[in-house]
Design a protein around this ligand. Structure first.
Ligand code: PMP
Length: 429
């Protein structure tokens, strides 16, 4: 079957009937498949099982004699600070090691900005009638949810294949003092798998902003999550911002959620010396310190297996065939039909698919009817509103290859049905 736009009316109807019948067959199979969230599969979780049995009671002391069982060390144990420092290419003194979730650190960082401001002399963001964040879209739904929850207005900015559209970003931040932040997933972005180019990083770091307390929320969640032997490389936002005279602009976040155990890993907040000092002072009111036993357990595990790179290679060996299956199936089933485009990332957890305009919500609903749950249409845009109703995020990590093949067959047929349905309705009108 070729380009859907070139089918005769008769061919279109024929294909429409075929696809409807196919959907009925899928329905009769009573499937329950889920590709909605980027969760590691059980065999990926097993890769870190050994960590659980690593520390006996007399191994709970850090190299410099700190007893991880007790209170203390607000910014984390030195081993964990050094580990994140090496992954994120900064000095250990620039790292605060947190608890099990970088997302909660991001939430709290925004909340503190609202309540207290981001530096000693800055006004709390909540003292403005309203403030705004720029949201490169498609992007990560939970970033947008933080803004929505905390009452921060969101301005969508287009994503390009090298990061946010910087002409849009620069024009906006230059004019509006109430634009206080931008969300960025700079490496293997969620959902498109884009790594920001050097030019984009430099422009973000050096652009003129009307707000003197503007912050870049640099969520480097997928910094070591490569799928190939030729990983993307990302320029350091902290270095570039320092060079440009805005050392305090970037807040960097990361975690081991998709390295060891999501929800039971360790996270990091990384920034300039001034921001770290300011944040530590604020954090001291919230906590005496995060779970140091888990920090030490992680470090000893990485040491034992010869470095985290080995673990990430094993993850890639499990995930890469799933990415390949998704991309091959899209290519085989939709490749020449001119009704969808998709990304082919070098890392991360997602593939982003664009249907024809106006079809994404329908595709998600059709898939749901036959038992396949996808991330909601629109979820990748602020307020859940995809202006073109075309973007769908595919999360291929959790299902088995067999389940994934079934899911992708359903998905591709639903994309085609949604596209053809529209054309059939038009030709009837
Ligand atoms: N940031 C991004 C871009 C993510 O995709 C995810 C997980 N889906 C997170 C953060 C969540 O991180 P954590 O588990 O450390 O809260």
């Amino acid at each position: 079957m070729s380009n859907v736009n070139e089918l005769t009316e008769e061919q279109l109807y024929q294909r429409y009937e075929q696809l409807k019948a196919q959907l009925e067959r899928y329905k009769s199979e009573n499937m329950t498949l889920d590709m909605s969230r980027g969760k590691p599969s059980p065999d990926q979780l097993s890769l870190s099982e050994e960590m659980l049995a690593l520390l006996t009671a007399d191994e709970l002391i850090t190299d410099d004699g700190l007893d991880t069982r007790n209170y203390g060390q607000l910014d984390g144990i030195p081993e964990a600070k050094s580990w994140f420092a090496s992954i994120l290419e900064v000095a250990p003194s620039q790292v605060i090691v947190g608890g099990n979730s970088s997302l909660s650190t991001m939430h709290d960082t925004v909340a503190r900005g609202l309540l207290k401001g981001v530096e000693e002399e800055a006004k709390p963001w909540s003292s403005y009638p309203s403030i705004k964040f720029l949201c490169p879209s498609p992007g990560y739904d939970r970033h947008f949810a933080i803004c929505e929850f905390l009452g921060i207005d969101m301005i969508p900015v287009d994503m390009t294949n090298e990061g946010p559209n910087m002409d849009q970003v620069e024009a906006l931040v230059l004019e509006d003092e109430t634009i206080k932040g931008i969300w960025c997933v700079p490496k293997y972005s969620n959902p498109e798998g884009v790594t920001y180019s050097e030019a984009v990083v430099k422009r973000l770091a050096s652009m003129k902003t009307k707000a003197t307390d503007f912050r870049i929320f640099w969520d480097n969640a997928y910094v070591i999550h490569h799928l190939t032997d030729t990983p993307d490389s990302l320029v350091s936002i902290l270095e570039e911002a320092k060079k440009a005279g805005y050392p305090n602009r970037p807040y960097v976040f990361s975690s081991t959620s998709k390295v060891t155990f999501p929800g039971a890993g360790i996270s990091a907040f990384v920034s300039s010396p001034d921001n770290i000092a300011f944040t530590k002072k604020q954090l001291s009111f919230q906590t005496i310190g995060a779970d140091k036993i888990n920090q030490l357990r992680h470090i000893r595990f990485f040491e034992k297996i010869g470095g985290v790179e080995e673990l990430m290679k094993k993850h890639a060996a499990i995930i890469k065939p799933k990415f390949d299956l998704v991309i091959d199936t899209l290519q085989q089933k939709l490749g020449n039909k001119n009704i969808a485009t998709w990304t082919e990332p070098n890392g991360g957890y997602f593939i982003s698919v664009n249907t024809e305009n106006g079809c994404a919500a329908r595709v998600v609903a059709l898939c749901k009817e036959v038992g396949l749950t996808l991330t909601g249409a629109g979820a990748t845009y602020p307020y859940g509103k995809d202006p073109l109703d075309r973007n769908i995020r595919i999360a291929p990590s959790f299902p088995t290859l067999e389940e994934l093949q079934k899911a992708m067959n359903v998905f591709c047929d639903c994309i085609e049905l949604a596209a053809i349905e529209g054309k059939v309705e038009k030709s009837k009108a």
